[in-house]
Design a protein around this ligand. Structure first.
Ligand code: G3P
Length: 218
């Protein structure tokens, strides 16, 4: 499972890339707004220059004509740009147009297998089920991820599933078990994925034993 960072924070993105595990980034208007008042285009271009893989950026229009126009403009920003299009009917139409122009689409705000079926049929490169938001309303977000993965696999469709709206490291391991191609995670969740008290105590014990042995030798 590939790991993307769900952030527009440059420091965090640089760290993830330095670790050698973050290969893509996803943003949305909420994520960008967390960075204060930034030049949107400039920030996305900077992210694109740091990250080796896909960088998703979201349109704000709600009608297909507006979304297509925004997407065409954004697609010129960098080679690795992917356009987030919402899972609405207007979004399906937009996805079909953009896919026909070889502009990569991340079909976002996806909450059901039915929405994913239409997004994949329209030619989306990525489908993003929002796990945490489904869990928030008492549904099983990870079940939707697993269903979409199974569906795409069964029909050998090329779209990749991005498990999105990931809230904690348990979500990450469930996404991996469900066969998600990608998990897009907040920075804190990325850090949490490596955290284990037995690793910390194990490192300390090795160091203590080594120091004790050296002291005894001396
Ligand atoms: O990847 C989508 C994500 O940014 C939404 O997360 O926590 O607002 O549901 P959240």
């Amino acid at each position: 499972m590939k790991i993307f960072l769900d952030t527009a924070n440059i420091e965090h993105i640089r760290h993830g890339v330095r670790l050698g595990v973050v290969t893509g980034v996803t943003t949305n208007p909420t994520i960008i707004s967390r960075e204060g008042k930034v030049d949107y285009q400039k920030r996305v271009k900077e992210i694109c220059s740091i990250v080796p893989g896909p960088v998703s950026t979201e349109v704000l229009s709600q009608d297909s004509k507006g979304m297509v126009a925004e997407a065409r403009e954004m697609a010129r920003w960098a080679e690795n740009i992917v356009i987030k299009i919402p899972a609405s009917l207007e979004g399906v139409e937009t996805t079909s147009v953009l896919a026909g122009e070889n502009i990569k689409v991340n079909f976002t705000l996806c909450f059901t297998l039915n929405q994913a079926v239409l997004g994949a049929a329209a030619g989306a490169a990525f489908i993003s089920p929002f796990v945490g938001r489904l869990d928030d309303i008492g549904e099983d977000g990870m079940e939707v991820v697993a269903d979409i993965v199974e569906y795409l696999d069964y029909y050998r469709l090329p779209a990749q599933v991005i498990a999105a709206s990931i809230r904690h490291s348990q979500h990450c391991l469930m996404a991996a078990r469900a066969g998600a191609h990608v998990a897009t995670v907040p920075y804190e969740v990325l850090l949490g994925m490596m955290r284990h008290p037995l690793t910390d105590s194990g490192i300390k014990r090795f160091q203590d034993d080594w120091k004790r042995m050296m002291a005894e030798e001396g």
